[in-house]
Ligand binder design. Structure first.
Ligand SMILES: [Zn+2]
Length: 415
């Protein structure tokens, strides 16, 4: 199979269960259109795995190559993706009302968001299969990450972004010299349809999460890295923002892989977060449904990296994880998103609003009795605050003449 991982057994369809051989033309299930998920022979991996040698490897996403589709070092696109810090936050834990709160901080990735994990693996896999030209749609973060990884790998790429994407992100995106097209849409299914036609008529390879079967693979490394950093223990709860749900879906796959190879018997409860003004998946979860219906207005939230009226795949994957893991999907108000962003700032963590939803969710779930005060929680802060540098400009910032009297007056006013 294109000399991908020797442990890879194929791509299985979520809906009809058929197993397919990977290839550059295979995105979703050719039989029923369902989403595909890579399967590995975990029994064989269990026999060959050696934790001591894994821990001696460079601590990037490829440290865990046995669980990833590319195995040959020469194929691995490496610009520093993966291996982000897990930061213990005592003040945040106190504020949220839990024993331990840890932030998995993805602002440290090469393009400052979680997407770098995902594109390191997906671009490497595509390159190995002979893909030459990439396309993706993105709110900004994924586009920047694909632009960087495709450049390093030597693929060409075409990038579609939201018409209302943050100008700061568009400016960064332009540094990579790829063609960029802004899309003005009202229903996300319009974007899905355009992408499908581009793949069919232009012969490009789509890197949209989930529609591309490899993008979520690297998010397994959340489980592996958190397990190592928590002294080979699972936390009680892990919280991920949901754009399409790649992070929560991949991490759950990783935790189950860790269980299959005998490294852990306990698994965390996994929770997803959405902005309350665009929370189709949370609404479906509250109603006990297996798939979401479109709802909300994604233009009305500051958490733009996870703003959509319905995620690709109708939210079936994040919903499945929430049910299977005994977790939940939380809708977070705009006020709570900003409050959590400032609380992260008080811990020295520079967060994008989408990422701060997880910390807001921890507090919300303690208040609702979903998380107990004695428990250990990991919140994934998915991108750096540099991604939306204007969100906190409304806070007052007085200008003075450079005299000590004026400075004292300001300090007195601020108490
Ligand atoms: Zn199928």
């Amino acid at each position: 199979m294109f000399n991908l991982s020797p442990y890879l057994t194929g791509l299985a369809c979520d809906d009809c269960g058929q197993l397919w051989s990977p290839g550059p033309a295979l995105l979703t299930c050719p039989s029923c259109g369902g989403l595909l998920d890579a399967k590995y022979d975990l029994d064989v991996i269990r026999q060959v795995l050696d934790l001591d040698s894994i821990l001696k490897r460079k601590a990037d996403v490829w440290r865990w190559k046995e669980f990833l589709p590319v195995h040959d070092e020469a194929d691995m696109v490496r610009i520093g993706s993966g291996g982000s810090p897990l930061i213990r936050c005592r003040r945040l834990a106190h504020w949220a009302g839990v024993k331990e709160l840890w932030v998995k901080y993805e602002g440290m990735q090469p393009t400052a968001s979680l997407k770098d994990r995902s594109f390191a693996v997906a671009v490497s896999t595509a390159k190995r299969m002979g893909v030459r030209q990439a396309i993706t749609y993105s709110s900004g973060n994924a586009a920047i990450s694909l632009a960087a990884h495709a450049a390093h790998a030597g693929l060409t790429c075409l990038i579609l972004v939201n018409a209302w994407a943050d100008p700061a992100k568009l400016g960064v995106l332009n540094q990579f010299s790829w063609p960029i097209v802004k899309i003005d849409w009202t229903d996300f299914t319009e974007v899905e349809s355009l992408l499908a036609k581009a793949v069919e008529e232009l012969g490009v390879y789509s890197f949209v999460n989930f529609q591309n079967p490899w993008r979520h693979e690297a998010y397994q490394t959340y489980a592996f890295e958190n397990w190592i950093d928590l002294d080979r223990q699972a936390p009680d709860h892990e919280i991920h923002p949901i754009g399409t749900g790649g992070g929560i879906f991949g991490s759950w796959k990783g935790w189950n892989a860790l269980r299959s190879v005998g490294y852990t018997s306990r698994l965390p409860h996994l929770h997803g977060t959405q902005p309350a003004v665009a929370s189709a998946v949370a609404t479906a979860f509250d109603a006990g449904l297996r798939e979401a219906t479109p709802g909300g207005d994604p233009r009305n939230t500051i958490a733009e990296a996870i703003a959509n009226n319905i995620p690709l795949g109708k939210g079936k994957r994040p919903l499945k994880v929430a049910y299977e893991s005994g977790g939940s999907i939380q809708a977070i108000s705009e006020e709570a998103i900003m409050e959590a962003l400032y609380k992260l700032g008080e811990e020295g963590i520079c967060a994008e609003p989408a990422g701060s939803t997880t910390v807001a969710a921890a507090r919300q779930m303690v208040q609702h009795g979903i998380i107990k005060s004695s428990e250990v929680v990991v919140c994934t802060v998915t991108a750096s605050g540099y991604k939306q540098p204007y969100v906190a400009t409304a806070r007052p910032m007085p200008t003075i003449h450079p005299t000590i009297d004026e400075l004292k007056k300001v300090l007195q006013r601020n108490g």
